[in-house]
Design a protein around this ligand. Structure first.
Ligand code: ADP
Ligand code: MG
Length: 258
């Protein structure tokens, strides 16, 4: 195998620090995401996972460190962050679809407004993206309120995919869903991982991490406490905090959730 070159790295995070007032929430985090890779972040609530993801497209401004996107430090002043954002997909826990637009229109709008693609081509691309997430045909013209949570989240993933981003960031995409609906979203994400869509995924879904991740990072108290190959980290964690976290997650699934 050839060695990984800089150009294979979509994202490089170096010594990232973020404070809210006096409180340091990200305390020097470094990792990288290579093209085609699925990286999964797990960790307890309050560990700084969402803050870290939001730093990547500068919804939050970090205080120190570097974020290299395709080799360019996106924290430098002369970077046009809107151009960078157009290349980074983001899928949130609470879908964030436009309520007054249909499923199809929700996927089209970014193509029209951000990419300036004409109506006909935008519709074609949007239909392709909705097919990739297996949205039922009769749901294309429905409004978000008329869709299940699983369908809404699949539309949100299609919206991200249609923009042909270099990476998609997921922040607990299935946490608001019943297990069955979470399953249909995770199936789609597994397919994307197989297709080598580059993804950085914050999730508590250990099954997904086991069979889709190339590497798992355990976030704890603002740092990467432990990281490794999925089976190794999830079945054989070295550190006490990782073991405790995984035990708690296993208990939750045994007792049927929260
Ligand atoms: N805008 C904010 N202002 C102040 N503190 C915040 C803000 N956002 C998050 N925090 C704090 O930062 C810490 C990490 O939060 P977060 O990144 O949401 O963790 P996670 O996603 O791992 O649950 C928490 O203690 C949270 O209360
Ligand atoms: Mg979070």
């Amino acid at each position: 195998m050839p060695q990984t070159s800089e150009s294979d790295r979509v994202l490089v995070i170096k010594d990232l620090v973020k404070k809210f007032g006096e409180k340091e929430v990200i305390k020097g985090v470094s990792f990288e995401v290579e093209r085609g890779e699925t990286k999964v972040i797990i960790g307890p609530s309050g560990a700084g996972k969402s803050t870290m993801l939001r730093c990547i497209n500068r919804l939050i401004e970090p205080d120190e460190g570097q974020i290299l996107f395709n080799g360019v430090n996106i924290l430098s002043k002369d970077v046009d962050i809107r151009k960078i954002r157009a290349k980074i997909g983001f899928v949130f826990q609470h879908f964030n679809l436009f309520k007054h637009l249909t499923a199809l229109e929700n996927v089209e709008i970014g193509l029209r407004v951000v990419k300036g693609i004409d109506e006909e081509e935008a519709e074609e691309k949007a239909r392709k993206a909705l097919a990739m997430v297996h949205l039922e045909k009769d749901a294309y013209d429905r409004y978000p309120a008329e869709l299940s949570g699983g369908q809404q989240q699949r539309v949100a993933i299609a919206r991200a995919l249609a923009m042909e981003p270099e990476i998609i960031l997921f922040d607990e995409p299935t946490s608001a869903l019943d297990p069955q609906l979470a399953g249909e979203v995770l199936d789609v994400m597994r397919e994307l991982a197989k297709k080598k869509v580059t993804m950085l995924v914050v999730t508590h879904e250990i099954g997904f991490a086991l069979n889709a991740a190339d590497e798992v990072l355990f976030f704890y108290d603002g740092v990467i406490w432990e990281r490794g190959e999925p089976k190794e980290l999830l079945y054989n964690p070295k550190r006490k905090e990782t073991q405790e976290f995984l035990r708690r997650i296993a208990d939750l699934s045994v007792y049927g959730g929260k």
